[in-house]
Design a protein. Structure first.
Lengths: 499, 329
């Protein structure tokens, strides 16, 4: 066996081991170790991606001395490796971009703990990406949930703790439903390994056996995961959790944690239930409707916000709605569009959170829209970055948001009329609503303040690493928006390997 | 050859203006373009008084449950619909359970080749007499590693939420006393010296802890293992703490103990299992003897892993208790 096939196993173990080591390190060393680990895992994933493009097929990796249905197994294809690489990039940028703010927000003696949670979160995301076993997925969903709670409440303000409690309740409900679904599925099929479950489910469907429990378990698993990734009617935990935690946490939560669950759901659709069985159970219609509602109501709530961070947070509800709309369309191409939107939203939303933090800091730590007037002149890089993020969210060409909207519209045209029409109409309405609040915010930050200047200008040269992070983010967005064809090809190839 | 521009000429170029804008020395809009900045509205005395009035009315009529029939109705409907939702959910789940395959049938889907191999070959392949332990610590050791990391994550989160430095609390107490205030922080006061509890504990604690150690060490031979044994040891430590107070436990269990014990245990687990995963996946010989089944030193890595898991669980339980009770070790 090729040595390179060990890389997913190395990445998961390195990140877990680094969390364990971090528990005895001082906070400076903890931060460095975290950065080094993310970079190393990113490089390993990149090598794996290149290797997999070379071989052109996915492979499974035995965790231990026993083959798959008895032991644990992980699996890697191009989509998994690319996702791991992308998640590493976003996490690295988010953590570095928010590191200065972290020192202000978090008590001195608890900063070390923050990096333990970050490492554990990375390991759980990697395990969710690579796992080929449903129970392993559940174990790492648990780690992911608890670590995310910790990341929210480490900024110990009343709002943050309240948000963490809310997040914990909703998220545990989601985990519970996932676990219930998994138990029922195990009872019906007798397996926990994804490929074996899929075979058994196909047999059950062919014999028309146990249709009701099967439907219930599909419903429970998809609703559980959609609660955890804040699909519209279950989004109540989201705005405060993203809005009041420290900026690295909000960026990581919005762009990685919820996306990890969506990726798991896509994996369940393709590799556990089977695409056709999932499509024929009418759950995708429900996900489709919830997605459409999220696109409109999320944006409407965002328009009403007076707090810039909560506005950005509410726009996540709308964007998650887009992703679920793609899943709900139930074609291969639409799911590829959803995966592309996972990437584009992750790149854009973390950029927006980090940029809005800079704008708030340049306005005397205030987050109210009125105080942000002219903030883009006070902190120019953050202003430009916020503008780029807004343009991408609205869907202006050259930016990734445009490509994902285009892909959604294209895939809407390929499906039946009853779904095509609502999808296209809501896509249009939602784009206008997005434009309303993002352009409102952008115009506000680019409106000069007349008369006396209340807040000092933050010079470009003094921004240091924060400025560099924003520039890299802008370049990443432009890259996703302009070189989208290879990326969609890669996604389609990866989804093909799933089946 | 580069052309040299005069200063006046240079000041007309776009790049000069861009740099000037970037460095913040001149805003190109101010004085050039007519701009009406958004201002906050200024309210006169009358209007602000009116607003206050409205706010008071709002508070009385809208947010006061007694006054607002609509809100009362909403709360009632909310409560009823929540209960209804739970009943319906329970109903759906019960309905589903009725259609599940009956338990205990020989041809049920769960009775397939997977448990068959665990039961038939478990002893030879893992060396553990207790098949369950062989399953969780050898066949599916990756899941169990994840599970002990769940405990580690949970402890980290509890430390974030509840850990308060003792020195800080004592400083605050001292200040309060000096200023003649009532002491706000009463977490340093402990119920002490309960003779009944102490008498019971001095008999029970050694037995409990010894039993816990036995359960951990015999995890591969008899029912039990790291998780259950660790919980027993943790319970013993908690009983000891309740009976004799922090002064005694501080001598043997401090923050450092927690840190290094769980670090050591998890590191051992991680390295041992990484070795075994690596050799297993690459089809290499692992060179770990399985020993005679039934002997205490047998079944390869399982004994070591059980000890690691036991230490992590015991530390986690004790730390949780300490955090909830006092906030520092």
């Amino acid at each position: 066996m090729d040595f390179l096939k060990n890389l997913p196993f190395f990445s998961i173990m390195i990140s877990m081991f680094s969390a364990i080591i971090t528990s005895i390190l001082p906070k400076k060393a903890a931060k460095w170790l975290n950065t080094v680990v993310i970079v190393v895992i990113g490089i390993l994933s990149a090598i794996l991606l290149v290797y997999l493009f070379g071989t052109g097929e996915s492979y499974t990796f035995m965790m231990g001395h026993f083959p798959a249905p008895w032991g644990n197994e992980i699996r890697a294809g191009v989509l998994e490796a690319g996702m791991a690489l992308f998640f590493c990039i976003i996490m690295l940028l988010s953590v570095i971009g928010g590191s200065k703010k972290l020192e202000a927000d978090v008590a001195e003696e608890k900063q070390g703990l923050y990096f333990i949670l970050m490492d554990l979160l990375l390991s759980s995301l990697l395990a969710l990406i690579y796992t080929n076993d449903l129970f392993t997925a559940y174990v790492f969903v648990e780690i992911n949930t608890i670590a995310a709670c910790g990341l929210i409440m480490i900024r110990q303000t009343g709002h943050a703790i309240e948000a963490a409690v809310r997040y914990m309740i909703m998220s545990l409900l989601g985990s519970g439903l996932l676990l219930l679904g998994l138990c029922v599925l195990y009872d019906l099929t007798g397996h926990l390994l994804m490929s074996n479950i899929k075979e058994q489910v196909a047999v059950l469907v062919a014999n028309n056996q146990y249709q009701i429990p099967l439907l219930c378990c599909i419903v429970m698993m998809s609703i559980g995961l959609s609660i955890k990734s804040a699909l519209f009617p279950f989004h109540a935990w989201l705005p405060n959790a993203y809005g009041y935690s420290t900026v690295s946490s909000s960026a990581v939560l919005s762009s990685l944690v919820s996306k990890g669950y969506i990726f798991l759901l896509i994996k369940i659709i393709y590799r556990v239930i089977g695409f056709d069985v999932f499509k024929n159970s009418r759950i995708i219609d429900i996900l489709f409707v919830f997605g459409l509602m999220g696109m409109i109501f999320g944006s409407l709530s965002a328009i009403r916000q007076k707090d810039v961070k909560r506005m950005v947070a509410f726009s996540s509800v709308a964007q998650i709605g887009y992703i679920y709309m793609g899943i709900g369309m139930g074609t291969n191409f639409a799911i590829a569009a959803s995966v592309f939107h996972i990437l584009s939203h992750a790149a854009t939303k973390s950029l927006l959170f980090i940029a809005s933090e800079g704008l708030c800091d340049a306005s005397g730590e205030s987050r109210r829209m009125e105080d942000l007037t002219g903030a883009a002149y006070r902190n120019k890089i953050a202003g430009a970055a916020f503008l780029v993020g807004s343009l991408s969210m609205v869907g202006v060409p050259l930016f990734p948001g445009f490509i994902s909207k285009l892909l959604f519209a294209q895939s809407a045209l390929q499906i039946e009329f009853t779904k095509m029409l609502p999808a296209l109409i809501v896509l249009g309405i939602s784009t206008i609503l997005n434009a309303v609040y993002f352009m409102k915010a952008s115009i506000r930050i680019y409106t000069p303040v007349e008369g006396e200047k209340r807040f000092p200008v933050v010079p470009v040269k003094k921004q240091g690493i924060y400025g560099v992070v924003l520039v890299v983010f802008i370049l990443l967005n432009l890259y996703l928006g302009t070189f989208s064809q290879p990326i969609t090809d890669w996604i389609l190839q990866g989804l093909g390997m799933f089946a | 050859m580069s052309r040299k521009k005069s200063v006046e000429e240079y000041q007309k170029t776009k790049s000069f203006r861009f740099w000037r804008w970037l460095s913040g020395s001149k805003d190109p809009y101010v004085g050039e373009v007519e701009m009406k900045p958004q201002k906050e509205p200024v309210y006169s005395e009358e209007i602000s008084q009116e607003r206050m009035q409205e706010k008071l009315e709002l508070q009385e009529k809208v947010y006061d449950v007694e006054q607002n029939p609509l809100l009362r109705l909403f709360r009632r409907v909310y409560a009823i619909s929540a209960v209804l939702f739970c009943i319906i959910l329970a109903g759906v789940l019960l309905y589903m359970v009725a259609y599940l395959p009956p338990t205990g049938e020989a041809d049920k889907a769960v009775n397939n080749e997977v448990p068959a191999r665990y039961i038939e070959n478990g002893l030879q392949e893992t060396g553990a007499v207790n098949i369950v332990t062989g399953m969780i610590l050898d066949y599916r050791a990756f899941d169990t590693f994840g599970e002990s990391n769940v405990l580690f994550t949970a402890t980290t989160t509890v430390l974030i939420l509840l850990h308060v430095r003792k020195k800080k609390v004592e400083k605050k107490r001292k200040e309060d006393r000096e200023n003649g205030l009532e002491e706000e922080d009463d977490r340093m006061y402990e119920p002490q010296d309960d003779p009944i509890l102490q008498a019971c504990a001095s008999i029970l604690v050694p037995i409990i802890i010894l039993f816990g150690v036995y359960v951990i060490l015999n995890g591969h031979l008899s029912p039990g293992g790291g998780f259950s044994g660790g919980a027993i040891v943790g319970a013993g430590l908690i009983l000891y703490l309740s009976a004799f107070g922090f002064e005694k436990t501080e001598k043997m269990f401090t923050e450092k103990t927690y840190k290094y014990v769980s670090f050591g245990a998890l590191t051992t687990y991680c390295l041992a299992k990484s070795y075994s995963f690596f050799t297993g996946a690459n089809h290499l010989e692992s060179h770990i003897p399985l020993g005679t089944p039934g002997a205490i030193l047998s079944s390869g890595l399982i004994l070591i892993l059980n000890i690691c898991v036991g230490l992590v669980v015991a530390c986690t339980m004790y730390t949780f208790y300490v955090m909830f009770r006092k906030g520092d070790f």
